[in-house]
Design a protein around this ligand. Sequence first.
Ligand code: ARG
Ligand code: ZN
Length: 479
Amino acid sequence: MTPPRKRTAGRIAVLRREAVVTTVPVAVAALLAAAGPAAAGTAAAGTAGAAGAGDPYFPLEGNGGYHVAHYDLSLRYDPHTRHLDGRATLTARATQRLTRFDLDLKGLKVTGVTVDHVKAAYRRDGQELVITPRTALRKGRTFRVAVDYGGTPGPVTDPDGSPDGWIPTDDGAFVAGEPQGAMTWFPANGHPEDKSSYDFSLTVPEGHTAVANGVYRGRHTAHGRTTFRWRQSEPMAAYLATATIGTFDVERYTTRDGIEVYNAVDPRAAAAAAPVLKKLPSVLAWESRLFGPYPFRAAGSIVDHAPDVGYALETQTRPVYDRAPALSTLVHENAHQWFGDSVSLTRWKDIWLNEGFATYAEWLYSEQHGGASAQQTFDALYARPASDGLWAYPPGDPGGPAHLFGTPVYARGAMTLHELRRAVGDRAFFRILRAWAAGHRHGHGTTAQFTALAERVSGRNVAGLLHTWLYEPGKPRRA
Ligand code: ARG
Ligand code: ZN
């Protein structure tokens, strides 16, 4: 195993080029808060859905006033022209009376919107697609929105400088939406607070493969085009959706636990990926012993050749890798299936609940497979001087969206869990991890809830320790 720093840097190239915190999102958040939901309204003040979910890191991500139960995404993509044509049909429920509501969609051209099969008025406002149905939707009502759209999708650049969303490659597209890229390829209620089931129908030129989340439902070729169908039946945050396209070698099998595995591998990465992918069933079985039952019916990997992306993403059921992954990366992305995917964030600020846990899974894997112990990994990190970037900010409060995927979130986040483990002992610690995964399965969790659970399960007062490691600036002193 390589030392922790290299492992992490290899997975997330952005660590090396963290940008300065931008103050713009905070300013927008303040504006939105001051304006309130009614201010954006016209005659129908108070019945317009909010333009964002209220997350200060990404104020316009997500939308208020409704919940999406299901997305049906029917897409056609031509890797040569890079043109995308899509129809998104959303089944949603109004959580308030709605005279109008927003979806997130950046770029692309909308050619028509219907609400319950009736043409609706719409306009674009930055990343907001503002829809006004012919008649108001009463609170509690289930409704169906269909959006026809198309164009040449491309990525957004995140505050940390990395590309995110629909990222064209030389033979297709690498599609990864954390934290804000979903809106680059489908109209969404794009904050992780809103989770939904998905159906995908992806049409690509014959010879290409289009891989999404969940269970593979078959393919069909006609007139030189192949349509791939996928179903993600468990709830999923929009950022975890993928529709990665390329020329892939495909492997399918079912594990002993009945999990349907689908691996798609770019032939250029095949030789390097094979020995790592071979371990997927044993990694999932090992993680299931530690964290509780695997949360989904399907699993797998998408190994693309996308050297400029610089990271892998835990796309639900089927992580997407920009190159042949290291074993530690496979362990990391699959640990996210429990921590991050099944148990989702309610606010991006809590990102350590994803990255700290997935990183600690790497440490545990090493410890139990003949590598460095978690204590050794901890000690090597703790030895870094107070001036090191590891201590630049506390993981529970990264200070802005530019720092979401920085070393303190990953490494000090994992150190936090290690200190918790030392304080409560292995038995209680692993009970806490399993209770967290089980209690919030297919739902959401906050740092405050995790702290309360850790105290409840262990019967110990660990709130102070967690507070020190998660929120206090500078290098924490050890108890
Ligand atoms: N969650 C990914 C991981 O497993 C990292 C995603 C980084 N994304 C980004 N836009 N910088 O570590
Ligand atoms: Zn991660």
